[in-house]
Structure formats: C-alpha cells, structure tokens
Design a protein around this ligand. Structure first.
Ligand code: GLU
Length: 463
C-alpha cells in the first residue's frame, strides 16, 4: 500500500515550495491507489502558531489537495514519542547523557579551534568494558541515540539517486531534551513509522536528516520507507525565494487572481515534465506523474509562464464557476451583483481577454456601471459631431424589433452608409459612450448583454 504524507511545520504561511511538495506526494498516492496523509509538525512550541495551522489548512483547501487522513498533530502524540524513547533506552539503542551546557561548550570550542566539525564526544555512551563518568546530581539528562560508529548509511533517493553518508559524521543525536520532550527528527521518525508511510517525499533541505532518521527507524525495527528529495524552487533571478521580494505564500497568488488549477499546473510542471505538455489538468497529471521524471535540478519561478497558464485555465473553466469566483472581487470593487445582469454570459464574452481573475473582474465592471472615459481615448474617438450621431443611432436601437447581437449588428452597415462614415467612427465612440472605454469585445455582443434599457439610458445620459 502506497502511503505518502505532507508534513509542514506551522511556523509561517504555506509556502509555494511546500504546496509543490504536497502536490507531488498527493499525486503519487492518487496515481498508485494509495493514501495521502496530512501531518502538522508543531513540536516547536515557540514557533508554531494556530494562525499558521489555519494558513496550511486554508491553503490546502484553496488549491484543492484533499487528504485521506489527518490532520494529525504531533503535539497530540507526546505520550507515544515518550514510550518509543523508553523502548530505545531499554533495547540499548539510546542512553542518558548528563553533559552540562558548559561541557558541551568546551567541546564545541575545541572542535572550532581545531577547524573540525563538532561532534559530541560520546562520553556518556555506554559500551562494553567502558566506565561511565559519575552522574552529577544537578544535571537533568537528555537522551541520545546511539548512531552506528562505522560504515555508512546509504539510500537510493528516488529523485537524486544514491546518497551515502559516512556514519562517523552522524552525531549521537539528542532524541529527548532534559525536560523529557522529544526532538524534531525523532517525532518525524515515529510518525512515519506509525503512519506506515511508504514514500517520504519532501524538500531537499531534509537530506541531512535522512541518514539520522534511517538509523533510528532501523533501531525501532521498521521497514524503511523510500525517500524522494525535491530540489527547492528558486526565484526568477535564481536566488533563494525571499518573503520580502517574492510572492511565496499561496494566498498571495489568490490575491493576484491566479486560479488554483493554474497554480497546481504550474507547480507540477516546475520540476517535472511529461514531454512538451504545458497545459494540463490534475486528472492528467495524476495519470502521468512518476517520481523518475522529477528533475534533480532546482526550477526557477517564472511569473510570465504562470500567467500564461492562468489565462489558459480561465479560458477552459466554465463560465458559471468563474462567475462564482469573481463575485467577491466584484464586491470589493463596489458592485453588488444584480441578478438582472447575466454574469456568466458576460464572462463568456470577456474571458479570452484576460490573464487573471482581477483583470476578469475589471473587464466585467462596465456591464455594471459606466466609467469616465480617459482624456486620451476621448480625444482619439470623440469630436463635435459624435454625440448627435450617437443619438441618431440610439433611435435606431430603440426601434429594433428584437434585441440581440445579430439584429444590433445588422444596424451598423446601413447606419454608417447613411452617415457617410467608416465603421470605426461608430463603434469606438459607441463603446466610449456606453462602456467608458474603447477596449471592449465586439460592441454588438456587449449591448445585447447590457440590455436595451440600460444601453439607451447610458447613451442618452451622454459623456
Ligand atoms: N516539517 C518539515 C518542514 O516543514 C517537513 C518534515 C518532513 O517532511 O519530513 O519542512
């Protein structure tokens, strides 16, 4: 049974790199008929906040990555971690260490002075024939894990290939602090074991933790999961993504008017490929996804491509769904959506013109209220003869037996001939007069949707 998990620490917002990790874990489970688990790694009590937990849950909901189990919270599992620590001590895989802070500081300073990597000198590690120091009365002990001293830890990373770390480089890791609380790597291990995780798919900032976790898992008698470490996403300039410069939180993209489907499509493609396919749905992605096609090199974020994909998804999305999505954006723009205006149809008319939902909402605005044309557009399309001509056209519109795009369109040619003008001299000022901008889709379709009454009202009110 394939079981994957997404295990964010709730110490900030939901980062897009995190969303991609979640997406690949999710897709891998879905593709293989497995299960996808959400686990909140909130053991760092000082840095974890309920707001961040909310941001993770909301972010997952926004992109639509559904999980089969969880959310599980590590803070609810402390008893289990403590029991596992006792189990390791009893089996001789872990031991109490009574080193004081000062002793550790001295060891660290000595290593630094010698230009060496600091490793705890294992003075409290029990070994056959070794006499341990006298237990100090005033030090609460930590619990350390007995890492193997010789050999190496190796795994076949499903993205990066074989990775080998010499065991001599692995510290006898602290698994319980002096107050008895379990440490980060230990909780991850117990959870991956208890949750039967078959594939650990996560960011490559965790590569250094993996050999430690593998050794603890072995000591707990676990079957090892497979590991797949994903390279991080870089900013457009190739630097690490920064909170200050880049939009890194998923909600930033919601604000930018990106559709969740486009976000997922973009993130899926950033670091993975299926031939030349750029635009695809999550159904297709799940069918195509394979960890062997994940690139071991970092991908660079590209806003232009995200927007291009967003435009494709807007085109492909149903008008009714888009109408629901931009409802709130219209309200923010001061438009209470009257039922009389058929928003879904308006969207059908304008959606090919935009790349994001904010622009889509803006394109819908003139159906709800006429705005002032800019001086520039006015000077281009308006002169002294224009308004009387517009009023003459209004009369023809008023007399139309049927109000639809075709019958409106049929008025254009004879009217222009009668006036001795080219079509542009009718269409552009008409747009300005009715919509407040010359940048609209075909004006016959716009007027048809706007309705006769509103069209005539706006025309007769003038500019
Ligand atoms: N909690 C870790 C993080 O947020 C992930 C741990 C893991 O996936 O093993 O980066």
């Amino acid at each position: 049974m394939i079981r994957t998990r997404f295990a964010p620490s709730p110490t900030g917002f939901l980062h897009i790199g995190g969303v991609r990790t979640a997406l690949y874990s999710w897709a891998f489970a879905r593709k293989n008929g497995g299960r996808f688990v959400l686990r909140i790694e909130d053991t760092d009590l000082e840095r974890s906040t309920p707001e961040s937990v909310r941001a993770i849950l909301d972010g997952m909901h926004w992109v639509g990555l559904d999980y089969d189990e969880g959310p599980f919270y590590q803070t609810h599992r402390f008893d289990r971690y403590k029991a596992a620590i006792q189990e390791l001590i009893a089996a001789g895989h872990a031991y109490y260490c009574y080193c004081s802070k000062e002793e550790l500081e001295t060891m660290r300073a000595r290593a630094e002075a010698a230009g060496e990597h600091f490793v705890y000198d294992r003075r409290w590690r029990p070994e056959a024939g070794k006499t341990l120091p006298e237990k100090p009365a005033d030090v609460e002990p930590v619990v350390r894990f007995k890492m193997p001293l010789e050999g190496a830890t190796t795994w076949q990373d499903l993205v990066k290939g074989e990775i080998t770390i010499a065991n001599a480089e692995l510290d006898d890791l602290i698994i319980a602090r002096a107050d008895g609380s379990p440490t980060y790597n230990f909780c991850v291990v117990v959870d991956d074991l208890d949750m039967n995780i078959s594939h650990v798919i996560r960011g490559d900032d965790h590569v250094n933790n993996t050999p430690k976790q593998i050794n603890i898992l072995k000591a707990l008698g676990a079957t090892l999961p497979e590991y797949a470490h994903l390279p991080m996403i870089l900013s457009e300039s190739g630097a690490k993504m920064s909170k200050r410069r880049d939009a890194v939180s998923v909600v930033d993209y919601d604000r930018q008017g990106i559709l969740p489907a486009a976000m997922l499509n973009y993130l899926a493609r950033l670091g993975w490929g299926h031939g030349d396919d750029e635009f695809f749905t999550m159904e297709q992605f799940v069918v195509w996804f394979d960890l062997k096609d994940v690139s071991p090199a970092s991908g660079r974020f590209n806003q232009e491509k995200l927007l291009w994909l967003n435009a494709q998804h807007i085109k492909a999305e149903s008008n009714d769904t888009l109408a629901q999505l931009i409802d709130e954006r219209l309200q923010v723009r001061g438009i209470a959506r009257p039922d009389s205006v058929p928003l879904a149809e308006i969207i059908g008319l304008v959606k090919e013109r935009v790349q994001d939902l904010n622009a889509l909402a803006d394109e819908c605005l003139y159906f709800y209220r006429r705005s002032e044309p800019s001086a520039e557009e006015k000077s281009k399309h308006w002169d002294d003869e224009t308004y009387p001509r517009m009023l003459r056209f209004a009369e023809r519109l008023e007399a139309l037996p049927e109000w639809n795009a075709e019958s409106i369109h049929e008025l254009f040619k004879p009217f222009c001939e009668a006036e001795g003008i080219k079509m542009g001299k009718l269409g552009m000022p008409l747009r300005l007069l009715v919509c407040g901008t010359a940048k609209t889709p075909s004006i016959d379709a716009v007027l048809a949707l706007l309705g006769r009454e509103e069209t005539l009202r706006r025309m007769r009110n003038g500019i």
